[in-house]
Design a protein around this ligand. Sequence first.
Ligand code: XMP
Length: 517
Amino acid sequence: RVLILDFGSQYTQLIGRRVREMGVYCEIHDPEMGDEAIREFGASAVILSGGPASVTEQDTARAPKIVFELDVPVLGICYGMQTMSAQLGGRVESSDHQEFGYARVRVTGKSRLLEGIEDHMESGGIPSLDVWMSHGDRVAELPEGFEVVGSSDNAPYAVISDESRRFYGIQFHPEVTHTPQGGRILERFLHDIAGCAADWKPENIVESQIAQVREQVGDDHVLLGLSGGVDSSVVAALLHKAIGEQLTCVFVDTGLLRLGEGDQVMATFAEHMGVRVIRVDAEDRFLSALKGVEDPEEKRKIIGRTFIEVFDEEAGKIDNVKWLAQGTIYPDVIESAGSKTGKAQVIKSHHNVGGLPEHMKLKLIEPLRELFKDEVRRLGVELGLPHDMLFRHPFPGPGLGVRILGEVKKDYADILRKADAIFIEELWNHDLYNKTSQAFAVFLPVRSVGVMGDGRRYDWVIALRAVETIDFMTARWAHLPYDFLDHVSRRIINEVRGISRVTYDISGKPPATIEWE
Ligand code: XMP
């Protein structure tokens, strides 16, 4: 087990994912988790993450002292290295020369961490590494016991180590793909230096989770809001395996889902797997709640609220329910615990399936709490869920409600569903689906003139949106081939009545968000 202490870097989750990919279980915690919790964690190694603050300021976060007394290897990355240096007797200074982006580190000293790892061999037989840097401060004096291992132009102490205590500091980010040898460096630290075996697999938790769920719930019944998305689907499959008939899923068809989606969910879970699923056809209810409403935030709130009402009503009809299962995954846990980013401005109020019916006083089961998204997918494969369901692009909670601009109407939703299905089908046919991170059609409630045969048409407009992104925080529009776009546009105009014009969205995020509303 590896303990990662999070100083607020945007890459901390990435460190966690890399460590797990290397087969080593890890958890990300707040540096203020407390000495007792740290001791109980039983880490074989500790990683101190980067962070946006400056060690040169008095009241910024520090690593708990106990970390350096556990007699386990410690790796400080960026801020983590700086605070380690300062705490162990070195000195950190703010530098005029900030380093952002690529840099070269020349490895002049010896350390187990980097031995035999290099990108280039420079004159004089000095190995060097291409690395990704992002720092203003730098270590200016080493703490006692440390030696310099590598330097860059702006960081004389870019890699430092105290081999006897197994403390290592690196100024660059080994967790990002821009540092080509980063993976090998982390592996060296985890496997060779810390002696962590590569034996963690997300599949490992299936058996233990099944046993745990059985013990927890006994003969009680469990309720799950199933959306057809990856997380709730995997929870459904896992719980079905654990407690079979004691699980009841409620699937709310909002009328704002994609073409055939409701039937697919029923086919997969109810028919194929034998899971008990109650399908609630709530289209009319959602549409009437949305009638006349144009404002995007207002629409989001109405959809979220109506969802909870419908879900609550259904849940209330089931006897003997004591537990509510949720598809909470590890990034949700880290984010909601994250004290650091709580001040971000609300751009869109997100909602997800599975509101907690308060009056029912349900206890929570969250079997995926420890897993990253890619691990949840692997688990889904293991549990026999269809590949397409697990590797589908994300779909927002409010569904087509935020892809029909302005007022939502059934006619619009029906048109949009057809256009969207054509776009997605063609992406699959042309082997482009997996090359985009998210793709969909948007309904624009404006009419434009067209000619079809000899007639004049005055029809609606569809916009296509496809983006490439890693984290969905920033995105670039996908440069889909012209021939492909041409083909999709023709199919939509020929096959979907009510559409005579198709456009392609070429805006990046920022400033244009991925969804149009
Ligand atoms: P934006 O539009 O903010 O979206 O660039 C970023 C990602 O979040 C998804 N999204 C949502 N997901 N509930 C969700 O579960 C929501 O209310 C919601 N709104 C946006 C969006 O599809 C994209 O993947």
